[in-house]
Design a protein around this ligand. Structure first.
Ligand code: MN
Ligand code: MN
Length: 292
């Protein structure tokens, strides 16, 4: 519990710090690295590579090794980050528009949806009622929720554990229990409200540990296990440590052998812009927003 309170505060601080870096001509790689360094400075560990997903990319766009992309006026940026200490993880995100005020209402829609959830995140509340609160708040502002992205339960070292929290009324009558921890993440769009897989993200996670023969791959697998366990990691982190050539060789081998899997970017099917808000919340009669 103490760890959760502490990582929640670190994550909130890192998010607010990162928000201020989102502006015209800013490098996405620098934003991600600065936020990751901030997490470490504040005494946390990075739970997954910081995502800086723009426009119709809803999630899983973390800068690549030596990424040269910069933000331009009109970009709609989702900054998503996770922090842990000893496997106690929190997950939080916000949306910022670069140099315009075109998307204020779509940003408000997800923030208001999250506020509605916080009011009712209590023991005995049905998951479908949480989904309904999100859907209602987003539709009230004439946007659509993204139906195939959801919030998720968090347990030790498991970012996506057990139950999911839908962004619409999905009919799941399971009730929330005191003390459960969830990341709740409403997404809104002007499009279809469905995401599909986009480009490979260069974000990986260990899925099936088994022995490998090649010595370079062995060393890198050991590094992954020691540093990230089952939590997601970025190719750029491995490349910074071992060089791009060795990183590529090992990650390709491990992916082919099914030891790690690569996450795909998640893009809105109709290429419409997307906003997101996310907090990690403890179910309680007085719901505790860890990442406030
Ligand atoms: Mn997140
Ligand atoms: Mn999440």
């Amino acid at each position: 519990m103490e760890d959760y309170i502490k990582v929640g505060k670190i994550a909130a601080q890192a998010r607010e710090f990162g928000k201020l870096l989102i502006k015209e001509n800013a490098s996405v790689l620098e934003i991600a690295e600065k936020v990751e360094n901030k997490i470490k400075e504040l005494g946390g560990q990075i739970a997954f590579p910081v995502d800086v997903s723009c426009n119709y990319i809803a999630a899983h766009d973390s800068p690549r090794y030596k990424d040269t992309r910069v933000l331009i006026k009109g970009d709609l940026v989702k900054l998503d980050l996770g922090v842990h200490i000893n496997g106690s993880i929190v997950d939080t995100a916000c949306t910022v528009e670069v140099g315009t005020e075109k998307y204020t209402e779509m940003i408000n829609a997800v923030n208001e949806a999250l506020n509605e959830v916080i009011k009712i995140f209590k023991p005995g509340v049905k998951i479908t009622d949480i989904g309904n609160a999100i859907e209602t708040a987003i539709k009230k502002k004439q946007f659509s929720p993204i139906r195939n992205l959801s919030g998720h339960e968090i347990t030790s070292y498991q970012l996506h554990a057990g139950l999911t929290i839908p962004n619409y009324n999905n009919g799941n009558n399971t009730e929330l229990k005191e003390g459960q921890i969830f990341a709740v993440e409403p997404f809104a769009t002007t499009g279809d409200g469905i995401v599909i897989e986009g480009k490979p993200s260069e974000i990986y996670g260990l899925v099936n540990e088994k022995p490998v023969r090649d010595s370079n791959t062995k060393i890198i697998l050991k590094f992954i296990k020691e540093n990230y366990k089952t939590l997601p990691f970025a190719k750029r982190w491995i490349a910074n440590e071992f060089g791009l050539l060795k990183a590529n060789m090992a990650l390709n081998t491990l992916e082919r052998e099914g030891v790690i899997k690569q996450y795909m970017q998640l893009v809105e099917r109709s290429k419409a812009n997307v906003t997101q808000a996310e907090h990690t919340i403890i179910v309680s009669d007085n719901p505790i927003v860890l990442t406030k």
